[in-house]
Each structure stands twice: as structure tokens, then as C-alpha cells.
Design a protein around this ligand. Structure first.
Ligand code: RIB
Ligand code: CA
Length: 314
């Protein structure tokens, strides 16, 4: 069997976005994964730019993985975005190459449905933005739930939010989509801010990418230096929280992390906690867990893995 045929089939869905781009690069550099496609969704910036940024990231990777554009707005709520964090382009900081290839004609949701239905083994979905594409796929084709191995999502938080006092950006951007996913019965790994705020790309960690002396290493270093600015201003940290690549890293090296089964419900009240992922950390409700929630990160080993894989780009 070929190397790829032993690899875990995954679809990466995101809103690049600095950390989504690094997550895509990590996955594409990891032979343990068979990346079946990249799907874009609105989020950090509008869909046109998250799609362009997905194409740019593919260009940098040198991999001929197909790209599909998805939802341009949430299911019900008004669209929010994070240009203040990621810049107008969504990937401010480094020089952005002009992508040579384009997106596929097929909508991302149709691609997800078709691919999950047809794949000989269950497919792992790795969303790192709002869950709109995943929710639409589950509503369009409920049968696919049986061939989704797991949804590994960067989003939510077991404690405070970053876009409201209660809600994390990806969850708040489409809480109704999150509700559909978290009530779908599909196994979920939730990687929230409580975990990702343990993975700070401080200057020494950024320098490790620059020290690679490669174009992709330099690109990642400049991305992370720009990404740090928001976190310095907002939190007083000396680096950005590298949220999204934790999803791929967990798939590659789960022993670097701690996850705990918890019941998670989504606040859809429309009030001050709207979009909050209400995680029953101490099992006070007795409700059956519906997610494996990340609680701890071995940050040094995570960054070592990331540098090791980014180093494979020449
Ligand atoms: O709250 C952080 C998350 O929101 C990350 O996925 C970031 O890329 C944005 O999508
Ligand atoms: Ca993201």
C-alpha cells in the first residue's frame, strides 16, 4: 500500500487567517495525513479573502490539493469578522504570492458530502473557523455522520471568550452551526481558548522558524510577528496564541495534549453569553459528554513538532 493510503484521510476547513494558514501548512507537511481537500469559510475576513488566502497557502505548500469555497455568512446571525487581528487581507504581514491555481467549481459543502459519502474509510474533518460548512453538510446529508470519524475543531472555550466576554470568535461567528455540530452525535475534539492560550508564539519560538533559512520558514515567522501585535495590545503577551495548528498537532501527536470528555452546550440566548460553549467541566449536570475537550498543552513539544514539519518545505 502507498504511504498515502495508510494515512488518515482529512478535510481541512478554515478561515485563513494567520493560524489557519500555519495549520494547513502543518497538515500538508505531515505524511500521516491524507489531505483530501481544503475548504474555505467566512470568518476572520470575508469569504473572497479567506478563499484567496487558502489558495495562497496551497501555493506556498507546493501541494496540488484541491480548494473549495464555502459559506459566505452564518446560518442566522449577522456576519462578524476580525480584520483588527488579521489585517484587511486576512494574512497581513508577509508578502503574499499570487496564487497560480483557482478554486474548484464545486461548493465546499457539496465537496464535503460527496467525499465523505464516497470514502472507503471514515474521514476526519478539521474545521478551524466558524462551523457553517460542517453544519450545512450535516443538514444537507445527515447520512454522512456515519462516515465522519471525528470533527477536530478549534473553537469555543471552557472559560472566557475573546470576541465577547463569554464567547470565542469561531463559536460566536455561527453559534447555530455549532449547535448543529455539537448535537450531531459525531465524535468531537474541541480545542478552545483555554488550551490555545497555552501555545504562545513568543519571540524565541518565532526565531526558530526564521532560523530554518527557508522561504516557508520566513513566511511563518513574519505571519507570527504580525499576529503577535494584537495579542500584545489586548493581552500584554509577547506573542500570538497559535490556536488552529493545535488541531492537526493533536491528530499527529495526541500524547502532547490532555483532553477530557465533557458535555458542551451552545448558548443561543441572544444575550450577553450568546455563542458561549458552555462546557460542563465538573460534570455537574450529569449529561452524557458530547465532546473531548482539550485542557492541557505541552507547548514546547508542540512548537518543536511545528518547526520540524515546517522545516520540510524547501
Ligand atoms: O478565536 C480564535 C479563532 O478564531 C482562530 O481559529 C482564528 O483563526 C479565528 O478563526
Ligand atoms: Ca481560524
Amino acid at each position: 500500500m502507498s504511504r498515502r493510503s495508510l494515512a488518515l484521510p482529512v478535510i481541512l476547513d478554515g478561515d485563513p487567517g494567520h493560524d489557519d494558514a500555519v495549520s494547513f501548512l502543518l497538515a500538508l507537511a505531515s505524511p500521516e495525513l491524507d489531505v483530501l481537500g481544503l475548504t474555505s469559510v467566512f470568518g476572520n475576513v470575508g469569504l473572497e479573502r479567506t478563499t484567496r488566502n487558502t489558495l495562497i497557502t496551497r501555493e506556498l505548500s507546493g501541494h496540488a490539493v484541491p480548494v473549495y469555497a464555502g459559506a459566505d455568512r452564518p446560518l442566522l446571525d449577522a456576519r462578524i469578522s476580525a480584520e483588527g487581528v488579521h489585517g484587511a487581507s486576512g494574512l497581513d504581514g508577509p508578502h503574499l504570492p499570487t496564487p497560480s491555481g483557482g478554486v474548484e467549481d464545486e461548493h465546499a459543502v457539496d465537496f464535503i458530502v460527496r467525499t465523505v459519502r464516497a470514502h472507503a474509510e471514515p474521514v476526519t474533518l478539521v474545521p478551524t473557523g466558524p462551523l457553517t460548512n460542517i453544519a450545512l453538510a450535516l443538514r444537507l446529508a445527515p447520512d454522512i455522520a456515519g462516515n465522519i470519524s471525528r470533527i477536530v475543531w478549534m473553537g469555543g472555550s471552557t472559560d472566557t471568550g475573546n470576541w465577547s466576554p463569554a464567547a470565542e470568535f469561531n463559536a460566536l461567528a455561527d453559534p447555530h452551526a455549532a449547535q448543529i455540530v455539537f448535537t450531531s452525535g459525531v465524535p468531537i475534539t474541541m480545542i478552545g481558548l483555554n488550551a490555545s492560550h497555552q501555545a504562545i508564539a513568543h519571540p524565541a519560538r518565532v526565531q526558530a522558524f526564521r532560523d530554518l533559512g527557508t522561504p516557508v520558514g520566513a513566511f511563518v515567522a513574519v505571519l507570527l510577528e504580525f499576529f503577535a501585535e494584537h495579542h500584545r495590545e489586548r493581552y500584554g503577551w509577547d506573542g500570538g496564541a497559535l490556536h488552529d495548528p493545535l488541531t492537526v498537532a493533536w491528530l499527529l501527536r495526541p500524547e502532547l495534549f490532555t483532553v477530557r470528555p465533557m458535555h458542551v452546550q451552545i448558548d443561543l440566548s441572544g444575550g450577553p453569553s450568546h455563542g458561549r460553549t458552555v462546557a460542563d467541566v465538573w460534570n455537574v449536570t450529569g449529561h452524557e459528554p458530547n465532546a473531548d475537550v482539550m485542557t492541557d498543552v505541552d507547548a514546547d513539544s508542540f512548537f518543536a513538532l511545528l518547526v520540524e514539519r515546517i522545516a520540510t518545505y524547501r
